[in-house]
Design a protein around this ligand. Structure first.
Ligand code: NZQ
Ligand code: ZN
Length: 410
């Protein structure tokens, strides 16, 4: 087992009715900003429960955080935080709202210039933040109990007038600045939520596609921390396999029976445990599937989980020699596949993984989204721009390997 340090400060309030308790978790004199997304939490009654639990408190609200939370939207929230002297944030929503809240929390206190630098430097330099808690409504990302966030920024052509103030057409050149479609992650110990409420009931209104995305995301979080090479971290391996097996069982039940409380509760806890640091402590980690996936989202607009269902099987295939021992362990312990011929066993395990994603409506090929070979160089260019030229547990996933993975996924 590798050396590790592990601390997770987030308090979990799990189960039916736990939203009632949030008032006890937030200082009574706090000026609170409730942050939410496109309105699902208003439609399904979660916001009413939150407002009721915080009745009589100093509350403002900021809605409109998009899936793949957008930098410009978040910066409008930062303005509000400063103007209203907010000193506590409460995220009510899925991973996008929680990630967005993490960014608002850090950017509101950022004193080192342009807050986009938080993303460009992966969170280094964050010193102080506004404390926050969350009410999770979508089991998927693990953001509710971790210190990561992923923020997007759409292409913008910014035209600044030249120093003389003349406009275009006058013969004086204006200054153009361009921000390309970006999706970047940051991490900081400062952005762990103080508490997270996980009430499976508020997730009953999720469309099936979001449940499938959540199962896939959690599954791939486990795989990024499990499918590497053995380091005799036996407990972590068993933890990881137990999450995968529970996702195959309760995850699928929850997909088929949206109001089955027990299955949804198991799916919800799986998703949290898949990325709260526990199973990744003391083991090598990959994360190349996510790195490639984020570029696919930024460039082509695929949902996060859609990218993972495409990249993971292709990664398993292209890197099958490097990952051979763990692939065989995965085949045996998760799928019960054994045999004389390791190549065949691995191939069957990959096929099972693809069939699982497809059984919950995910596609495993880029062509399903009309992405063709001639567009793949854009992905490589982005990975190069972001310094992702040697990723994975052995830093062996070069741009050439990424291209091979994407070509395999065509
Ligand atoms: O915007 P609203 O109206 O709230 O609707 C959302 C959104 O349209 C809807 N939804 C959420 N809860 C609902 C609901 N609809 C009905 N009933 C409910 N109870 O679901 C849609 C998707 O929500 P979103 O928050 O975008 O999904 P998810 O939780 O999958 O988050 C995805 C984001 O998290 C990032 C992804 O890259 C992506 O930006 N990730 C964050 C990670 C982290 N912080 O550790 C790790 C992950 O790998 C991932 O990268
Ligand atoms: Zn993910």
């Amino acid at each position: 087992m590798l050396n590790f340090e592990y601390q997770n400060p987030t308090k979990i309030l799990f189960g039916k009715g736990q939203i009632e308790k949030i008032g006890q978790e937030i200082p009574s004199d706090a000026r609170i900003l409730i942050v939410y997304g496109g309105g699902s939490v208003i439609a399904n009654g979660t916001m009413d429960m939150v407002r009721k639990a915080l009745a009589g408190r100093n509350i403002s609200e900021f809605g409109g955080i998009e899936p793949n939370p957008d930098y410009d939207t978040l910066m409008r929230a930062v303005e509000l935080v400063k103007k209203a002297r907010i000193n506590y944030l409460l995220a009510v929503g899925g991973g996008s709202v929680i990630d967005g809240t993490k960014f608002i929390s850090a950017a509101s206190c950022w004193e080192l210039g342009d807050p986009w630098e938080i993303l460009r430097h992966q969170g280094k330099g964050i010193r102080t933040v506004i404390p926050f808690g969350c009410v999770l409504t979508l089991p998927a990302t693990g953001s509710e109990m971790n210190h990561h966030a992923v923020i997007s920024r759409k292409t913008r052509q910014i035209t600044l007038p030249s120093a003389s103030g003349s406009s275009e057409g006058s013969g004086v050149v204006s200054i153009h600045s361009r921000v390309d479609n970006e999706k970047l992650a940051f991490s900081s110990e400062k952005v762990f939520p103080q508490f997270a409420v996980l009430d499976p009931v508020v997730t009953f209104t999720l469309p099936k596609v979001q449940i499938a995305n959540g199962i896939t995301d959690a599954f791939c979080h486990v795989m990024e921390q499990y499918l590497t090479y053995p380091v005799h971290a036996n407990l972590q391996d068993r933890f990881a396999e137990s999450i995968l097996l529970t996702l195959l069982d309760d995850g699928v039940k929850s997909y088929r029976q949206p109001e089955n409380y027990d299955s949804r509760a198991n799916l919800m806890w799986c998703a949290t445990m898949a990325l709260n640091g526990l199973i990744g402590a003391g083991v090598p980690q990959d994360w190349s599937t996510h790195a490639i996936g984020h570029e696919l989202t930024a460039l082509f607009g695929l949902a996060h989980a859609q990218t993972l269902a495409i990249v993971l099987p292709a990664t398993m295939h292209v890197r099958r020699h490097e990952k051979k021992e763990k692939l065989l362990q995965y085949a045996d312990r998760v799928w019960g596949i054994r045999g004389e011929n390791p190549d065949e066993v691995i191939q069957q395990a990959i096929s099972k993984t693809v069939a699982f994603f497809e059984s919950i409506g995910l596609h495993s090929k880029l062509s399903a989204y009309n992405i063709s070979a001639d567009q793949l160089s854009e992905v490589s260019a982005k990975l190069l721009k972001h310094g992702m030229t040697g990723i994975g547990e052995h830093s062996s996933v070069t741009l050439e390997v990424c291209e091979e993975i994407l070509n395999t996924a065509l």
